[in-house]
Every structure is written in C-alpha cells, then in structure tokens.
Design a protein around this ligand. Structure first.
Ligand SMILES: Nc1ncnc2c1ncn2[C@@H]1O[C@H](COP(=O)(O)OP(=O)(O)OP(=O)(O)O)[C@@H](O)[C@H]1O
Ligand SMILES: [Mg+2]
Length: 232
C-alpha cells in the first residue's frame, strides 16, 4: 500500500511546550490509523494540523495525492441549533462546496442512525445525537480522508457500535483513509488497522495490534499500553 500522508519531524509549539514533538509517521492509503495516548499527548493537535486548522511550528505533512477531500469531526461539531438535522446537513454541505440532493441527505442521516429525527431541530439534540450529526457532516461528499477526534465521545452503547460499524463499512466499501483518536484502546483496536501511541507529544510506538501486544509485553492491549507508558 502506498502512503497517502507522510508526516516528517512534525512539531507544534505552544509557548514553552511542544504539544506535538518531532513526530515522523506514514499513513497508508485505505488504512484506519488509530491514535491513542494520555490526556495532552497531542492527538487533537496532530489531527488539527493534518486538517489544516492548526499551523505546524516545524516539520512537514506531505499528502501524496492532489485535491483530496477531507471530512473532519474534531471537537464539538458546529451546528445551527434552530435548524433541523437535515437542513444542517444541507447548509453545511453547501458551505463546504458540495451540492447534495435530498436522497444523499436521508442516506447519510440513515447511516448515522438519525433517520427518524431528520426534521427535528439540532438544538434539541442530546450530546450523542449532535455527535452523530457531526459524523454525518464529516461523511458528506464521500471524503478521501476522514479525521475523527474521539468520535465515540458522548455516544451510548448503540452509538459506539453504530460508529464502529460505520467505520468498518467505509473501510470495506471505499478507499477512504481514516485517522481516528480514542481513549478506549480495545474499542479503537476493533477498527484500527494500525495503532499509534503518543505520549507528551512524542511517538512511542506505531504498529499493528499484534505488534502492540508483542512489543508491549502485556497479556492484553491495556497491559501493553500501561507497560509502554511506564517505560517511556
Ligand atoms: N491552543 C492551545 N494553546 C496552548 N496549548 C495548547 C493548545 N492546544 C493544545 N495545547 C496543549 O498541547 C498539549 C496537547 O494537547 P492536545 O489537545 O493535542 O492533546 P490530546 O492528546 O488531544 O489530549 P486529550 O486526550 O485530553 O484530548 C496539551 O498540553 C495542551 O494543553
Ligand atoms: Mg484531544
């Protein structure tokens, strides 16, 4: 598989602290690249730099293909509270330059489990429903690259399972490359084809689930994670 994104010596400095510190990783096309790490490890900062929301202090992000479409769900989705879920999708798609029809809107709402509430105002949605709508927004336009920062945040058990199945479906049916962060390693491993562990802005390990277990020396992913964190 060819690399879609090559990240070289990427650094983001805030005052005296490197939020991302000399990070070099490659993300292959079609991969589900899972980011895990402690609070403040730099996962969101990394995703924001890949999305072009945050400017790196040093280093490079090289995307091998020109003009790729990127869908993002980073922090809380921006929604119009007094508009319906369907109208939010329509308005924000137009703002992003996509001309989507009614059937695409209903298909996308269906995909994220919001088909029954497409006409309800987004302002009345629960945290998890807003998160589902944010995911729907990220999926509009069939992106080549999907950046999801803790997408299961606020979701109920059904929501977590739905999200997992959406990610697996996209992976199976399209060449979309997905970079997803999470705090729940076992959940992340259910979809990720590669796991990247970060700590204090630095890369600790970037490998397959099997290698994560073996290199970490734990009996479970969690044990390996704790060993990696203690060693580094
Ligand atoms: N805009 C900012 N200004 C100053 N410091 C920042 C800013 N954004 C992030 N940081 C700092 O950079 C570090 C990395 O933060 P980041 O949000 O990327 O971590 P994270 O891995 O996403 O953490 P979490 O798991 O809690 O979401 C933290 O120490 C944070 O305080
Ligand atoms: Mg974060």
């Amino acid at each position: 598989m060819e690399n879609l994104i090559e990240i070289k010596n990427l650094t983001k400095r805030y005052k005296s602290k490197n939020a991302v510190n000399d990070l070099t990783i490659n993300i292959k096309k079609g991969e589900i690249y899972g980011l895990i790490g402690n609070n403040g490890a730099g996962k969101t900062t990394l995703l924001k730099m890949i999305a072009g929301i945050t400017v790196p202090t040093f280093g490079a992000i090289v995307v091998s293909e020109k003009g790729i479409k990127t869908g993002t769900l980073i922090s809380k989705p921006y929604l119009y509270g007094d508009m319906s879920a369907a109208d939010n999708l329509k308005a924000l798609s137009v703002a992003a330059g996509y001309n989507i029809d009614k059937s695409t809107i209903s298909e996308t709402l269906d995909m994220v489990g919001l088909s029954g509430v497409g006409n309800k105002k987004a302002g009345s949605f629960s945290t998890g429903m807003k998160q589902r709508l944010g995911l729907a927004l990220a999926l509009i336009g069939n992106p080549d690259l999907l950046l999801l920062d803790e997408p299961s945040n606020g979701l109920d058990v059904e929501g977590v399972v739905d999200l997992r199945n959406i990610i697996l479906k996209i992976h199976k049916e399209s060449e979309t490359t997905i970079i997803v962060s999470s705090h729940i390693l076992d959940e992340l491993a259910k979809t990720a084809t590669r796991i990247c562990l970060m700590k204090n802005g630095k890369l600790i390990v970037d490998c397959s689930e099997q290698e994560f277990l073996e290199k970490g020396g734990g009996k479970s992913l969690e044990e390996s994670y704790l060993k990696f964190m203690a060693q580094n």
